[in-house]
Ligand binder design. Structure first.
Ligand code: G3H
Ligand code: 13P
Ligand code: ZN
Length: 338
């Protein structure tokens, strides 16, 4: 099966009413595990790479690892997506590498810094301007675009941006109309990483329902969707880790978010946790082991199991054969007609 445009994958999910996980990858074992989970559960799949992942893999390795994944998984539609693209230049690089979708994180100006060393939040108008530039460029090649309205808490709050702003549903319709984005990340109170909440999870779920009314045909994205399961944190800590007070988004909240209108669910941290737990276990139980395959192998197996469960929980499982992926050339023609 060829690569799939994200627009088509999320349109299908919206019509049927399920979520598609978008899983961050940086290396071969992660890509293999995620594809294995998708094949086992017959799930459409979004593999995403951050700017950090592109740097870590020197671009070319990631490109070929992803190509291998697509070649090895002929029965599943796969989207290759750039996560948190900071500007048009990086989005262009991802498109040149063969990504079928890019995110332009126009809510934050990554190219500037405040005196405190944080990135300033962009105004609504500036966000529209930079997002539209990327949409115009990407759609001319049939590539899908995700924008962001509002900013995430957590990592962005503490180290990236000077402001945390939940999405204002009143701006959603205008943003979607003026930019033409295929998908929009809503800020509803989640954050990246393992420390999302101090006491209990609190999310502005009504923002999703309100936004859905205002933009009925745009896919919505939930970033910071790792659940940080207690058993996994305990496992990491049991084998020498130190993650006190880690907390994530319960699966039941993600399912509610999907019912209210989320289609794309971004997950990175849970994958990091499960890999770390598995590697720590081998190191603790077999201190004489020094063959990387003996700890990366179990880590890959544990990741595949975790992601397969997410695919069932998000409702993605069983939908891989629902449609034939459109080519980017077809998407280009469709965009040109709009
Ligand atoms: O957006 C956040 C993802 O977890 C990617 O993280 O920038 O460390 O690769 P990263
Ligand atoms: P988590 O840190 O919750 O896994 O979120 C990942 C994410 O939003 C990537 O864009
Ligand atoms: Zn994110």
């Amino acid at each position: 099966m060829p690569l799939c445009p994200m627009r088509q994958m999320l349109d299908e999910a919206r019509k049927v009413g399920y979520g598609v996980g978008a899983y961050n990858v940086n290396n071969m074992e992660q890509i293999q595990a995620i594809c294995q989970a998708a094949s086992e559960t017959k799930s459409p799949l979004i593999i995403q790479a951050s700017r950090g992942a592109l740097e870590y893999t020197n671009l070319i390795y990631l490109k070929h690892l992803m190509a291998a994944a697509v070649e090895e998984s002929p029965d599943i539609p796969i989207v290759l997506h750039l996560d948190h693209g900071p500007n048009l230049k990086i989005c262009k690089e991802a498109i040149a590498l063969g990504f079928t979708s890019v995110m332009i994180d126009g809510s934050i100006d990554y190219d500037k810094k405040t005196p405190e060393g944080k990135h300033p939040a962009r105004s609504f108008e500036d966000n529209i301007r930079v997002t539209k530039e990327v949409v115009d460029f990407a759609h001319a090649s049939g590539v899908s675009v995700e924008g962001e309205l509002g900013t995430l808490g957590g990592i962005e709050e503490e180290t990236h941006t000077d402001k945390v702003l939940l999405t204002d549903p009143a701006q959603v319709e205008e943003f979607c109309k003026r930019t033409g984005v295929d998908a929009l990340a809503l800020a509803i109170g989640t954050s990246h990483g393992a420390y999302k909440f101090k006491h209990e999870p609190v999310l502005a779920m009504e923002l999703i329902s309100e936004s859905r009314k205002r933009a009925p045909e745009t896919a919505f994205v939930m970033h910071g969707s790792s659940s940080v399961p207690k058993e996994l944190v305990d496992e990491v800590n049991k084998y020498g880790g130190k993650l006190p007070g880690a907390m994530g988004v319960p699966i039941s909240s993600i399912q509610e978010a999907v019912r209210r209108g989320i289609q794309k669910i971004n997950v990175d941290t849970d994958g990091r946790l499960v890999v770390t737990a598995a590697i720590r276990k081998v190191f603790a139980e077999k201190p004489g082991e020094f063959d990387p395959r003996k700890y990366l192998g179990p880590a890959r197996d544990a990741l595949a199991k975790l992601i397969a469960q997410k695919m069932r929980d998000f409702g993605t499982a069983g939908h891989a054969a629902d449609y034939e992926p459109k080519s980017l050339a077809e998407m280009k023609t469709l965009y040109a007609k709009k």
